[in-house]
Ligand binder design. Structure first.
Ligand SMILES: [Fe+2]
Ligand SMILES: [Fe+2]
Length: 164
């Protein structure tokens, strides 16, 4: 695992690690149900809530920050190609996330039948795969490039901004 020197890159890296962990738990949960989980199943409710909250909360915040505060800096320093790839991935992931988030929410109050459960699983696996591949790209390309272009002041300002 890479070591990052900047606060901003460390913070993003920590979030990537946390998201990969959440995605792993979500994938495990999906694999564990042959039949649709019962609407009152606590284990399902807990992971569906966690992922749903992640999609609407930290993950959304993280994407916004990358797009608004980091991608323009990278573009300005000549890393436009990677920015284009990562931005395109964000918009696809956002689309999958919004459909998946909607289904997760419904699964908390309505009993899913086979077809709905299969749709949820299909979207769920797609989300997991796309996110993991996106995070790997950012760990390999985005964070190292940022390490090279962020000065001390920039870094301090960005990490404060991000904290809110
Ligand atoms: Fe990203
Ligand atoms: Fe990221």
């Amino acid at each position: 695992m890479m070591n990052f020197e900047r606060q901003t890159t460390r913070r993003l890296h920590e979030e990537h690690v946390a998201v990969v962990d959440l995605l792993g738990r979500f994938e495990q949960a999906m694999v564990g149900y042959r039949d649709p989980p019962l609407v009152g199943d606590d284990q399902w409710r807990s992971i569906a809530r966690d992922l749903g909250a992640g999609i609407r909360g930290e993950i959304e915040h993280h994407f916004d920050f990358e797009e608004q505060s980091l991608f323009p800096r990278l573009e300005a320093s000549g890393d436009g190609t990677i920015v284009q790839i990562l931005s395109d991935e964000h918009s696809i992931i956002r689309q999958v996330a919004s459909e998946l988030g909607g289904l997760l929410q419904i699964s908390l109050s309505e009993q899913f039948e086979g077809a709905e459960w299969r749709t949820l699983k299909m979207l769920g696996f797609e989300y997991v795969e796309r996110m993991i591949s996106h995070i790997q790209k950012e760990e390999m390309a985005l964070l190292p490039a940022l390490e090279n272009i962020l000065g001390d002041d920039d870094d301090a300002e960005l990490v404060l901004d991000y904290a809110g």
